[in-house]
Design a protein around this ligand. Sequence first.
Ligand code: LRH
Length: 491
Amino acid sequence: MKKVIAFDLGASSGRAMVGELNNNSISIREIHRFLNEPVLVSGTLYWDVLRLFHEMKKGLLKAGNEGDITSLGVDTWGVDFGLLNAEGKLLENPVHYRDTRTKGILKAVQEKMGLEDLYRITGSQLMEINTAFQLFSLAAHRKDFLDRAKTLLLMPDLFNYFFTGKSYGEYSIASTTQLLEAGESKWSGEVLRALEIPKELLPEIIPSGTVLGPVLEEIREELNLMPINVVAVAGHDTQSALVAVPAEEKDFIFISCGTWSLMGTELDSPLINEKSAGYNFTNEGGYGGKVSFLKNLTGLWLIQESRRWWEKEGSSYSFSQLEQMAEEAEPFLCFIDTDKEEFSLPGNLPERIRNYCRDSGQRVPVTPGEIVRCIDESLAFKYRMVLEEIGDCTGLSYERLYMVGGGINSALLCRMTACACGKEVMAGPVEATVYGNVALQFAAAGDIDGLPALRSIIRQSADIAVYSPKEQNEWQEAYNRYKAVLSNGTV
Ligand code: LRH
């Protein structure tokens, strides 16, 4: 039996997971879990990167004690990066994308390059958090600092570098930067010039699934490890998750449900036109050169952050308690536009949701159950809206939706999605990102060949639940009300 280790760094925790391949089936289990909390210092929100690397080493130590681990792979969320100096030392702690340095930045960007041109070249959804704009902010406000930087490494690449000493840009994570030519493994000279970002900063791009080489001798000695390779898996968590979508059909809709909801379809080449620009779809690069035509939607962040707020107020609820309360709350009380900017920053989200409902002339949710139900229904309707937008862009209709990721632990959300979209929902695996990360390591070792084979192994390995649409008249009527709220801001 072959064993690998996947490091998956998510919004509040990081995990070391051991993956095993046995008779064409993959099993995964957690061996180490640690916090991944950003740290606010002197007004800047940082990654606690050295602590994380230390925890990853602890995970390796535990895995190493079991023996027979052949490789490791790291995935994180997109867009964030660290900068190395000429000696290969990390210059500063990487900054978290929820830092305020890019708030409102697109106005200034527009003076350097038209946003339409930026979209046409990169095919990336315009989001303030993108690497391009984080760098633009540095070039504008901290030029001296940027001048000292020699190499930029996106977060999974940075950890790979810490492990191996090799600095490369893995393709999937590179494509979250808004600096790549759409569908190409090539940095865009035009965008870099316009935003005054030095081209030399950017590393050579390598395909997802490349074997980078062995873990450094010094780390092996420190941890008393056998030789182990580092694989540059799809470092972008979303793209590792997409490898694990259990679809058999070529054209399918996926929703990767976590802090964000990434909803889209898989294509062979980028789709960039007026419609896709109008809807602000991104063309993200994935394993095997596939393109994910998707939208970043706010996801469970709304519930996570509300829960944090209630905790601060002295009431702590588990996610399953909140789901139970939402289940019992009145249906279709009120709706919000889950992607409104006011919901993206940390703070008193329940109050912001109440204000939104009041301002739009709706009934105001009071209890946590009502708030969570309002969030879940609004998310499900957002999925319906984006499903229609995808169909409008591709000209295709889709039979079912595939939902993966931690968000599908909420059976309520899966059920609501099936009802709101009027489609069957296949939900699973919950641990899609880890399955993808692990599977890509086995593929890199030559044990699995190609995306269809990877997905067939996932189908055999993971639990998949099916939800069917119900009560279509009620859901259709409520969807019309939801759309009215979003288009007028009032009902
Ligand atoms: C999801 C995700 C998403 C990115 C965002 C920053 O974890 O990687 O795909 O756009 O985080």
